[in-house]
Design a protein around this ligand. Structure first.
Ligand SMILES: *Cc1c(COP(=O)(O)O)cnc(C)c1O
Length: 416
């Protein structure tokens, strides 16, 4: 393997794997060209199989808030390996991780660990349906909640949603109501029409999967109020924002309290972990206590739990988030001074390639070609300069504690 160049590796990968990759955006379809192959990573750097070093601003799409191969996480994982890596019994590591979260995040009173963000969302939505006895779900166009069928829906005309993916049944699509972000009138209308049938409304409170689309506080407050008024459970999908913007995610930042919250990414420190959390009475509707079934052979895997614990312990005192905010602010200032559009919250940034516009972009309808058309050229120019952005104008970039001012200044200079 090591002797083959990247083009050969990609040809071999395409022969045995759809598109040569195990998650679609890795295939570079949005930027053109073929993906490089990473051999190893440390800190803010990727080393490719061709021996190139790249400063990584994609950071595995979000989990690595401490950087690649952080020594404390590596040490925890090594210790965990020595103790065996799957028990299928109760163990103390998930207990410690759940207690650490519950102590700091009041709305995460009771926690169930799963193996991915998708799985966390799937379980949260089933729990909401089981607890309310209702069938419909409300989501927002442009928000991504993993690849569970009910969430791969975009707004259609009339009552029913239309699937974004082949293989999703019309029945599933009909149960998902899709509403525009940043639009209180559309939200009120959707609740007036479907409110009594809705089990849950799910949102990324800081949408970060169609670029970064910060919502107005008033919009989120209206959503919270409508959910309360119609007895609809409000699910904050904090798979990206949880333990990244603040320990308690966007809920902590905004002061808005969700009924259920989903986590992933940073929670596992780069190992496969997701979680759903909420008040005890609601969470106790899950098996084995309640009628809503949910299970997992590898759930709360001790290796992943111990890596997650090591990660969250380093975030607990809040100093990490202040450092990340300072790094983010420097990048934002520099890219704006270079005349390019950049939207940012803490260590999450979105640089779609276009010229700086004064108005913040808050919904997919506002993401037009003038903002994104230059992205493939910018992406490849940066890659040639040794800087790796996520390979799509609709993906956000991530800073980590392994990034420093030099890395940011290199990126800023290279966007000029
Ligand atoms: C990444 C993501 C998911 C899905 O998590 P996976 O671990 O990829 O299954 C769900 N919701 C949001 C907001 C995400 O960013």
């Amino acid at each position: 393997m090591t002797g083959d160049d990247e083009a050969t590796l990609f040809r071999r990968a395409c022969a045995v794997t759809p598109g040569g990759v195990h998650s679609p955006v890795r295939a570079f379809r949005s930027v053109g060209g073929e993906p490089f192959f990473t051999r190893r990573a440390a800190g803010a750097r990727l080393t490719t199989t061709a021996g190139r070093e790249l400063i990584d601003f994609c950071m595995a799409f979000g989990p690595l808030v401490l950087g690649h191969a952080h020594p404390a996480v590596a040490e925890a994982a090594r210790e965990a390996l020595a103790d065996g890596w799957s028990y299928g019994t109760a163990e103390p590591y998930s207990l410690e991780l759940a207690e650490l979260i519950a102590r700091r995040v009041p709305w995460a009173e009771s926690i169930r660990f799963v193996s991915s963000g998708t799985e966390a969302v799937m379980a949260a939505l089933r729990l909401a349906r089981g607890a309310t006895g209702r069938t419909k779900l409300l989501k927002f166009a442009g928000c991504y909640h993993g690849h569970t069928d009910a969430m791969l829906i975009r707004a259609g005309s009339g009552l029913a949603g239309v699937a974004d993916s082949a293989g999703v049944t019309p029945g599933v699509a009909a149960d998902t109501v899709v509403v525009a972000l940043d639009d209180e009138a559309a939200l009120a209308e959707a609740f007036a029409r479907h409110g009594a049938a809705l089990a849950a409304a799910i949102i990324e409170p800081l949408p970060a999967n169609f670029g970064l689309l910060p919502q107005r506080d008033g919009f989120l407050r209206e959503l919270r109020a409508l959910c309360t008024q119609y007895d609809v459970l409000l699910v904050f999908d904090e798979v990206i924002t949880g333990f990244r913007l603040a320990f308690g995610g966007y809920a902590e930042v905004s002061g808005l309290v969700p009924d259920l919250v989903t986590y992933g990414k940073v929670l596992g420190g780069g190992f496969p972990v997701g979680a759903l959390a909420g008040p005890r009475d609601l969470m106790h509707q899950l098996a084995p206590l309640g009628p809503v079934y949910q299970a997992g052979t590898l759930s709360a895997n001790p290796l992943a739990m111990r890596a997650g614990l090591a990660t969250l312990r380093l975030l607990e005192d809040g100093s990490a988030f202040r450092r990340l905010e300072a790094l983010g602010a420097r990048l934002e200032r520099g890219v704006h001074a270079a005349g390019r559009h950049l939207q940012r919250a803490g260590s999450i940034f979105w640089m779609p390639g276009g010229a700086r516009s004064s108005e913040p972009v808050r919904s997919p309808a506002q993401v037009d070609a003038s903002l994104t058309a230059d992205f493939p050229a910018l992406f490849h120019r940066l890659l040639d300069a040794g800087l790796y952005l996520p390979p799509s104008p609709h993906e956000v970039g991530f800073l980590s504690l392994a990034h420093d001012e030099t890395h940011l200044d290199h990126l800023i200079q290279s966007t000029l």
